[in-house]
Design a protein around this ligand. Structure first.
Ligand code: SF4
Ligand code: SF4
Length: 345
């Protein structure tokens, strides 16, 4: 929201100057921005600012793959007899993400908590994170499935960005949020403005039950009812900005002159998959869809906040849109809120 009152210091940039700025970024970094791909908006690297989807449509996939790719080669191992050579594949490029929404920047912060802040640091993730700057945009309108305001977020929250843009007449208001953002705007034609941002309206009622309410829901029959229609397809985890489970595999590549070459890769995995918790001997402690669905929700709202601090749901609503059988996380939360309220009454 825009007003003529006090608030964070802002600058103004025209749409054309913004395009010029993004073009200059392309000269020294990979620019990742929303683009239409077969009718679907996705974050993709671009070398042409005219390819950018400027509208308010939230990309179907989150930005996590810029930090944590769906499949990533971690290292190459070469072996000849007892000789072994290991070459790690560490990311060294620069990347700038444009038109990130506050919920997705919050998702990056959630991933930081697991991959960087908590020991041991994941060097594959942290290299990408250190080499990436985030240029955000305020959401003009929340979509039907968005609920960021019910999990502590807001459509205009700049807190997890480096630079934040807010659409205004003829251009954008620019807020420089971090030192990295300050470096990014060096040399950019920013104009002074007397316009400032209005205070955010109060957030909607928190949707998630309190931490202490969750243990009593562990044996709830609701999970069985919900799971009757779950397909264990894992789409909810793949579209989610905060789901971060992965599998690590070694694959044989080639052999030449007595050298055998292998690659170690990691790829996304999900706790909603049937095989995820299967252990040696075939035992599976999460052998039903109900147990797996419960784990996903408990992870986001009970395990993760205790282990890493933030709630691991940003309210982006992607899992609601993507689930082929209409399992809606807000309905799950609403159900348990009502149960908790009834127990307190
Ligand atoms: S709404 Fe769904 S997809 Fe989005 S952060 Fe929450 S659990 Fe993940
Ligand atoms: S997207 Fe829906 S059906 Fe697929 S695993 Fe998730 S909850 Fe189950």
């Amino acid at each position: 929201m825009i007003a003529n009152n006090s608030g964070p210091h802002l600058w103004f940039i025209t749409h054309q100057e913004l395009k010029n700025w993004l073009e200059s970024i392309i000269n020294h970094a990979t620019l990742i921005a929303p683009q239409y791909c077969d009718g679907v908006v996705l974050f993709k690297p671009t070398t042409d600012v005219n390819e950018i989807a400027w509208g308010d449509t939230r990309p179907a996939m989150s930005i996590k793959e810029a930090f944590f790719p769906p499949t990533e080669q971690l290292m190459i191992v070469e072996k000849r007899g007892s000789e072994i050579k290991i070459t790690e594949n560490l990311f060294s490029d620069k990347q700038v993400i444009f038109s990130l929404r506050p919920c997705d920047a919050r998702g990056v912060k959630v991933l930081d908590s697991a991959f960087i802040t908590t020991e041991p640091e994941d060097s594959y993730y942290s290299r990408r994170r250190a080499n990436t700057a985030l240029i955000g945009r305020t959401c003009q309108q929340m979509s039907e499935t968005c609920f960021c305001t019910s999990v502590g977020g807001s459509p205009s929250d700049p807190g997890d960005m480096d630079v934040m843009l807010t659409d205004t007449n003829g251009g954008y208001l620019v807020q420089i949020v971090s030192d990295k953002g300050g470096e990014l705007v060096e040399g950019v034609n920013l104009q002074s403005t007397s316009i400032s941002l209005q205070a955010e309206p109060e957030s909607a009622r928190t949707l998630a039950p309190q931490i202490g309410d969750w243990p009593a829901r562990f044996a709830d029959n609701y999970w069985e009812v919900l799971a009757e229609r779950c397909l264990s397809c894992r789409i909810c985890a793949y579209v989610c900005p905060t789901c971060r489970c992965f599998d690590v595999r070694d694959e044989a590549l080639s052999s030449d002159n007595g050298w055998q070459e292998f690659e170690r890769i990691r790829c996304w995995d999900s706790c909603t998959s049937e095989a995820y918790r299967r252990i040696a001997g075939g035992h599976n402690p999460r052998d039903t869809k109900a147990k797996r669905l419960k784990n996903r929700v408990f992870c986001k709202f009970y395990y993760y906040p205790q282990q890493y601090n933030p709630v691991a749901c940003t309210g982006c609503g992607r899992c609601i849109e993507a689930c082929p059988v209409n399992i809606d996380i807000t309905e799950v939360l609403q159900h348990f809120m009502e149960v908790a309220d009834a127990n307190r009454a």
